[in-house]
Design a protein around this ligand. Structure first.
Ligand code: GFP
Length: 819
């Protein structure tokens, strides 16, 4: 796997000596006392020596070029394990493998010792990680800014089928070997207090915030190693320091975050990542995290800018700040405050800079997920920022008045301040008003942002609302996670596809080639075996690799509709048991997902799937045709095993609600066929692979809207479809919870009496048909192989390198700095 990267300078003897030195001096272990974990740590530290050196050199080099950089602000970076991927990017995989072998170790085993840094919930955080990888791979100057959570996303286990959450101390006691603390970059962050008016040097009245307290922000840098080049960019994570009480007992009562903040203390701010259920919660600590993140990051950007000798007036020429969702929106009034109060610029001069610095990415249309904060909360915690938000809104309302004179309706709709018993600040509106570019994350989603979410903004600011379709890094999501397929692809299209994923299209001409089909399917089978071994070792469930591996892996949410998948499983179960003429190809349904701790129905769905799994996996009547596996503690390193093994990729959200999806891209790249709705990036995947190589079903966006407008009645479907009725009614019995009828009834009740907000029942019949097509087509292995090969070949568009180039060309306007 050797590539350029850092490989030329690698000295095996020196490296081994460095590993041994770290083993002894950093981790206090001798070769005799060291266990696998200490060896992994020592190897990690020895590698981090190389990456930290390159990081500092890159930082210096970029600063000297006087070029524009992007600052990617995100509350989440779901980076996954770094060691294996960094080795690939550094071009040192084989060298280090050989070096550790000489130390009597096995690299693959060592890599398993790394705990995933789970500093994100799902797609949004994982996207940020892919984007950092692609920025470094293409050497577009960038800094990622996030939070150094002490506890990442909770660990999930199951007790009698129920989700149990425990804290994720991802750094362990020894710390994470790849990160390095940067004490010289520390920042002080104010909170609360009041605003005074003082005379400035010119004798003018000047507003000034006097915070009541200050927090300290300490910077930790993680290296983002550029693939096959010498650039290493920082992912800079801010930690708020000081001890905090930690109440473990309250973990299981649904108040996961509250349990970790026994009482409010400065040091708690970066204690834990908020688990997200796409429901705006408006909690004080969350706002504090957001402001802490933004204040440290903006201050660091200004520090770098000044240190490179640039004037504040040139900020927008040299720096752009991308807001990943509205979570870092408070950076906007923070920059305005600094420009006006500290640099003493007038409002217009400050706005001229600030409004050209920020750009915003929208990731959701779900109304309940659009962040709002109470004016009172912001005014208490950040009084000067609230003044600035009011001023931005005041000036914006004058623009609205000029465009739509006398139209109070449109003012009410667009205002940053939402009137009501409690006035609220709408962060998305603040973003659209205060940024130079707003983007959705897939073509359909971006159209809906323009058409349904922000039509008036689109009229007022033509061209501001854009699209950048998401992508995934081919380094982690093919080269690293699927070595078998990588070898095959290398042979057919050459080895440079990881830096140019469009090259995969060269595989298409082998799609009909019988010998190639066999080899491709043999790789898939090996990957299925690897997953089956994992499941057997960890869950004691035996899987048949001749079965169709049907995979749904993503956060648990009603709009993602894991329960539609469940209803299909129940329908198959019903038919296998009751219809002697029914035949199906064996299928394994694989789920992995975490439910936000306070999201009751999501937890009910997990419980139901687990209970159904217990029954069907052991029911002799099914002849082994149906297996269901809910793999606990979904995380990046598990996805790396599951995705290469998938035959079918479940992307079954209600049309219009999944902004893009990225798991859909990863699985198609690894040769799974998508069963999906016309939603998010599924639409573009279909465009690329062709309608015959994807299984599309279900209502279209406008059909969803129309059905809701007409008055959707789930009972209509229930009464009309006996299979659906059987699947739903069995949830009311004790079939899967012997002796305890009704334990699964909440799902049925939600779908019928609860109104079925996400139209599960409306899409059921068409979904079952699509699944039947899958069953039929899988039986013809040559046809299936051709389709799978074409999926791998034709999804080059979904490289995050392309996404980053879209941002660079259409929004950020950066130039690469090659080292
Ligand atoms: C969110 C959206 C997804 C989208 C990602 C990245 O992820 O549709 O692909 O952000 O833009 F919902 P999740 O929070 O759903 O994981």
């Amino acid at each position: 796997m050797t590539t350029r990267g850092q490989a030329q300078q690698f000295d095996k003897a020196l490296f081994k000596a460095s590993v041994e030195k770290h083993l002894l001096t950093t981790y206090a272990k001798t070769k005799e006392t060291a266990d696998a974990r200490s060896w992994y740590l020592a190897v990690g530290k020895a590698l981090a020596e190389i990456s930290t050196g390159s990081l500092l050199e890159t930082e210096k080099h970029v600063a000297e070029q006087n070029v524009r950089s992007v600052n990617y602000l995100s509350l989440e970076f779901l980076i996954g394990r770094l060691t294996g991927n960094n080795l690939i990017s550094m071009g040192l995989y084989d060298e280090v493998s050989a070096a550790v072998e000489e130390l009597g170790l096995n690299l693959t085993d060592l890599l398993e010792e790394e705990r995933d840094p789970a500093l994100g919930n799902g797609g949004l955080g994982r996207l940020a990680a892919c984007f950092m990888d692609s920025l470094a791979a293409q050497e577009f100057p960038a800094v990622g800014y996030g939070l150094h959570y002490e506890y990442g996303l909770f660990r999930q286990s199951f007790e009698d089928g129920h989700q149990v959450e425990t804290p994720d101390a991802w750094r362990g006691i020894e710390g994470y070997p790849w990160e390095v603390v940067r004490p010289e970059l520390a920042q002080s962050v104010g909170l609360f207090g009041h605003v005074e008016t003082q005379a400035n040097e010119k004798g003018e009245a000047q507003r000034r915030w006097v915070p009541a307290m200050n927090l300290e922000g300490v910077a930790w840098d993680l290296p983002i190693v550029g693939y096959d080049n010498k650039s290493v960019y920082p992912l800079r994570l801010w930690e708020c320091r000081s001890p905090a009480p930690f109440n473990l007992q309250r973990f299981n009562d649904g108040d996961y975050v509250g349990a970790q903040y026994g009482q409010l203390e400065a040091g708690n701010v970066t204690k834990v990542l908020y688990p997200n259920d796409n429901h705006d919660q408006g909690k004080m600590l969350r706002l504090m995290q957001q402001y802490f993140h933004c204040a440290c990051s903006v201050a660091d950007i200004l520090r770098r800018h000044a240190a490179a000798g640039h004037s504040i007036e040139d900020l927008a020429k040299l720096e752009t700040i991308q807001l990943n969702d509205t979570h870092p929106t408070i950076a906007i009034p923070e920059l305005m405050r600094i420009l006006i109060d500290e640099h003493q610029l007038g409002w217009d001069a400050a706005w001229a800079i600030s409004s050209k610095v920020f750009a915003y990415t929208n990731h959701t249309l779900l109304p309940e997920a659009l962040e709002t904060w109470s004016e009172k909360l912001i005014a208490d915690m950040l009084p000067r920022h609230m003044e600035i938000i009011f001023e931005i809104n005041h000036r914006f309302m004058l623009e609205v008045e000029a465009k739509w004179p006398g139209n109070n309706e449109v003012k009410r709709k667009l205002s940053i301040i939402q009137e009501g018993p409690q006035r609220m600040v709408r962060m998305a509106n603040l973003c659209v008003v205060s940024t130079y570019a707003v983007n959705g994350v897939a073509a359909l989603h971006s159209e809906l942002v323009k058409r349904d979410l922000f039509p008036e903004f689109n009229e007022l600011f033509p061209g501001r609302l854009q699209n950048v379709t998401n992508g995934v890094t081919p380094r982690r999501w093919l080269k690293f996670c699927n070595p078998g397929l990588t070898e095959l692809v290398n042979e057919k299209v050459g080895k440079d596809w990881p830096a140019n994923l469009d090259k995969l299209s060269g595989l298409a001409k082998f799609a009909e080639d019988k010998a190639f089909q066999k080899r491709y399917m043999a790789v898939k089978k090996d990957n299925k075996q690897r997953l089956a071994d994992w499941v057997l070792d960890n869950m004691d469930i035996e899987l048949d690799t001749n079965a169709i591996f049907d995979v749904q892996i993503k956060r648990l949410h009603e709009y993602k509709r894991q329960h539609l998948n469940l209803l299909h499983i129940l329908a198959l179960y019903h038919r296998l048991v009751n219809d002697p003429t029914f035949d199906m190809h064996p299928r394994v349904f694989i789920f992995a997902a975490k439910a936000a701790p306070g999201y009751a129905l999501a937890k009910d769905i997990i419980f139901a799937i687990n209970k159904v799994a217990e029954k069907v996996n052991n029911d002799p009547r099914l002849g082994g045709k149906l297996k269901v596996v809910f793999i606990p503690d979904y995380r990046v390193s598990l996805a790396e095993i599951i995705i290469p093994a998938a035959d079918v990729s479940e992307q079954i959200s209600t049309a219009g609600l999944e902004a893009s999806g990225t798991g859909n891209m990863k699985m198609a790249l690894n040769g799974a066929l998508t069963v999906g709705t016309m939603d998010g990036a599924n639409v573009e995947i279909r465009e690329e692979v062709g309608d015959e190589n994807i299984f599309i079903f279900g209502l279209l966006v406008d059909e969803v809207l129309k059905l809701k407008e007409e008055g959707y009645d789930p009972y209509r479907y229930y009464h009309a479809d006996s299979l659906l009725r059987a699947a739903l009614d069995v949830l009311d019995t004790d079939e899967f919870t012997p002796g305890n009828p009704g334990q699964l009834a909440a799902i049925r009740q939600n779908l019928l009496e609860g109104g079925d907000q996400y139209l599960v029942l409306a899409d059921f019949a068409d979904y079952v048909k699509a699944q039947a097509r899958i069953d039929a087509e899988y039986r013809d292995q040559a046809t299936w192989a051709r389709k799978a090969i074409l999926n791998t070949a034709l999804v080059g568009k979904f490289s995050s390198d392309r996404s980053i180039r879209d941002y660079v060309n259409n929004i950020w306007k950066l130039k690469a700095v090659k080292r």
